[in-house]
Design a binder for this molecule. Sequence first.
Ligand SMILES: *[C@@H]1O[C@H](CO)[C@@H](O)[C@H](O)[C@H]1NC(C)=O
Ligand SMILES: *[C@@H]1O[C@H](CO)[C@@H](O)[C@H](O)[C@H]1NC(C)=O
Length: 516
Amino acid sequence: MQYTTLLIVTLTSSCLSIVSGARIIAMFPYIGKSHFDVFEPFVKELAARGHQVVVLSHFPQKQPITNYTDISLVGSITTEARDRIDLGRISGTEILKTAVKEIRGIFESCDRMLSFQKVQDLFQSQETFDLIITETFLADCFLPLVHKFKAPHVAISSSIMFPWSNDRMGNPDNPSYIPTQGTYFSDKMSFIQRLINVIANTALKFIFSATESTVIAGYVRKHFGDDVPSPSDIARNTSLLLVNTHFSLNGPRPLVPGIVEVGGLHIRPPKKLPKDLEDYLNGAEHGVIYFSMGSMIRAETLPEDKRDAFLQAFSELPQRVLWKWEGDTLPGQPKNVKIAKWLPQFDILNHPNVRVFVGHGGLLGSIEAVYAGVPMVGIPMFGDQPTNIRAIVNCKMGVKIDYNEISKESVLKALRTLLDQPSYRENAKRMSKIYLDRPMSAMNTAIFWTEYIIRHRGAPHLRPAILDLAWYQYLLLDILAAFLVSIITIVFLIYVITKKLAKMFTLHHRKKSKQS
Ligand SMILES: *[C@@H]1O[C@H](CO)[C@@H](O)[C@H](O)[C@H]1NC(C)=O
Ligand SMILES: *[C@@H]1O[C@H](CO)[C@@H](O)[C@H](O)[C@H]1NC(C)=O
């Protein structure tokens, strides 16, 4: 008994001694702030737990943090064009154009970031690390650094998983019931939807791997030379993928042990509200509608007719409205609407008087609504927003308005539905309970698995053998071929033998008939 205890203590402490004070480098080259909002609490927590963390990003800390070192990418690429999205320009095909422009911008930024002196210095440096963390969203041009430092690699996704991440981790993603990111289907698809889902899944993977093997690989060779393995080969050595989803909200699906869901990683306990906001929310007899289009989209650039549609709808409701509005004034502002350039969203959503959240369905905001149990009106624009809103609508805790269908009537109808039908609020509260009911918080889960990878030096035992199979082996085409060959051989043999026998029989018969 005592021996066992002693053994356990020794084992535990020897595990811990390997784990505390690991040297970790985290690389987040994508410039979107909403992505960094997910990663920042995670890397800060790693530092707080005694690891030495080096963070390459566009968002250096304003106050120095112990055990946290920044490698700032500020100045490597221009940000003003990509900072904020103008709502006025987004309509129909413009969304597609914005997406294409965005993706091209990301590729070009890859080239510029790799030539940035600090990145080059890092590539030449003699530093060693025990772990490398990268984000999955288009950070592939930084993967040669993973190869250089020869340390276990943890990837983290701030959104739902991309189709190609499945292939890299050896994870099944059968499109018969797993909707592909970008299709916006639920997990119950009609024939046509499944057809589209299969095409979308295949096409996205093909486009991605074609881009990677040409554009990205080109930049990699240009900046790191010809000896570096291709980013997709390096990515297939990823030990762990942390994904900002949870099956309760995003739907159940199979995951290999190397993929761990950490939905809600960015959530921290709600803080006390500033006095004026607290008073405003407390004094709302009929409750409050909270309206924000997130940090990337400027509400200020909302076209006039759409803005007026919201204002007219709001003015007909008894609720107070809190609107995150970047302008100094809001033309035609009704008495029950209060504007502010910045609002502590999560703390507001946790106030008991908040009845509805009107937003664009960014993943962080959607998770915050689920966490706080607040029904949502979603106006998705692009990226993963339609998928997130789809999940909210599927859980029956919200409704969707198409951006092009914003009118006083549609806004009023959506708001009245959520305000008047108690089922939405009940479902939101129920979703909140389910979302929070886990063996460990999202943060503790992420830290546990990250340290697990350090403790077990990349944990190669997590890696499914599928990653070493050729595609035809995975699809069992070679087995199928063997079956076919056997069947054909057998059929052929039977045919030949029967023919022979028939011939012999006929000959025999003829002889007999001649004789008689
Ligand atoms: C910094 O890391 C060292 C070990 O690497 C640890 O002893 C120390 O407590 C850490 N400091 C903080 C403030 O976390
Ligand atoms: C992947 O990991 C294996 C085993 O550690 C190693 O031999 C191989 O070189 C790695 N591949 C790449 C492309 O880094």
